[in-house]
Write a protein that binds this ligand. Structure first.
Ligand code: SF4
Ligand code: SF4
Ligand code: SF4
Length: 344
């Protein structure tokens, strides 16, 4: 399938829709497999919805994830071998975990998946990506380790690991002309991920334009707003009601919340079934969807330097406005004077 630019600048499919597609999910980056576990909680849509044909217009999906598959060992790896050798196509390649630098040492390896049938030696995750990415219809990075490197790519780590765009190149595109799709989060918000898969499946069916991505290759409709813009505690921030310790329902910016500058939708979307969302339930936002995570957000429990200025600015009017609102509120809590048997 080829994608071409249309007159309005969007990119659309001009060839036969795909009727069946495999999703090949490699969890063998440097990671904790938390993204796979998170996605089992998705409901909008669920993995079951995607693979059991709940959506009539998308291609039939054959889903291969080592944690969720019935097969194991070579029986499971064969799908990946087939894809690498051109016998399985089309497929979407999903990478979970950061990608190590296998060239920064004399011997050994950092991450592998399966073994070479001839040599019996482990096949590195890097080799798999190099073989599979050029053949993939689309490549998706699941979670912040795979997108930007994440926790494993902290300064000074010995693995030299990185995200998929640093490994393949930020300008990389699949044979179908699709850039790497990054769905960050540590872990990824479950519905964000399955929704992105659903979008790509609609693209594969010829029913959606090119997926819109921002400069960090994140889907724009999911990562276009800040946590702060969707946070349950935003009203407290505006009134300069800042918590000094955990357990308070007020804004937790002084406890280290980076929500005002972090692009993430969990404040609105919640975590599972619409429930939760870090600051909504009292957890500071530590910026896990951002390419600079974690180093640029540390130490986590300190007030973000930028918010010292903004929260002070809010303080000058927020408290006065809050006091005035209490005044108005008191008046609104009284019924109009005519609703009384003793009126007049
Ligand atoms: Fe685990 Fe977070 Fe890395 Fe996902 S992004 S593999 S949840 S550490
Ligand atoms: Fe903004 Fe964080 Fe306060 Fe929520 S808790 S209003 S995201 S600073
Ligand atoms: Fe990560 Fe912050 Fe979003 Fe929570 S609110 S998922 S810490 S970016």
């Amino acid at each position: 399938m080829k994608l071409v630019a249309s007159q309005d600048g969007s990119t659309q499919s001009n060839s036969v829709p795909i009727s069946e597609i495999d999703i090949l999910w490699i969890t063998a980056g440097l990671g904790c497999d938390g993204d796979t576990i998170a996605v089992t909680a998705a409901t909008q849509p669920s993995i079951e919805d995607l693979v059991l044909g709940a959506f009539p217009w998308i291609p039939k999906v054959n889903f291969h994830n080592p944690f969720l598959a019935y097969e194991n060992g070579d029986e499971f790896v064969r799908y990946f071998r087939d894809a690498a050798e051109g016998r399985l196509s089309p497929f979407i390649l999903v990478i979970e975990g950061s990608i190590p630098n296998e060239k920064n040492k004399k011997e050994g390896y950092w991450a592998t998946f399966g073994t070479d049938k001839e040599t019996g030696q482990p096949i590195t995750t890097c080799d798999w990506i190099e073989q599979l990415a050029p053949k993939a219809w689309a490549v998706v990075a699941a979670g912040t380790c795979a997108t930007y490197g994440g926790i494993h790519a902290m300064e000074g780590n010995p693995t030299g690991c990185m995200g998929l765009a640093d490994f393949l190149g930020w300008e990389w595109k699949s044979g179908a002309g699709i850039p790497i799709v990054c769905v960050p989060g540590c872990p990824v918000q479950p519905d964000n991920f399955t929704e992105v898969l659903l979008y790509l499946l609609n693209m594969a069916a010829g029913r959606a334009p090119m997926i819109p991505l921002d400069d960090a290759l994140r889907p724009t409709w999911l990562f276009g707003c800040t946590v702060h813009e969707g946070c349950d505690r935003g009203g407290y921030y505006e009134q300069a009601q800042f918590a000094e310790e955990y357990g308070s329902p007020t804004c937790i910016v002084k406890l280290g919340c980076w929500g005002p500058v972090v692009q993430c939708n969990v404040g609105k979307r919640g975590w599972m079934g619409g429930i939760g969302g870090c600051p909504n339930v009292g957890g500071i936002c530590i910026g896990c969807t951002m390419p600079g995570f974690p180093d640029k957000f540390m130490p986590f429990m300190n007030q973000p330097p930028g918010s010292l200025l903004s929260s002070s600015a809010v303080m000058t009017y927020g408290r006065a406005i809050h006091a005035l609102r209490r005044f108005t509120q008191a008046s609104l809590n009284k019924e109009p004077h005519w609703r009384s048997r003793t009126k007049d």
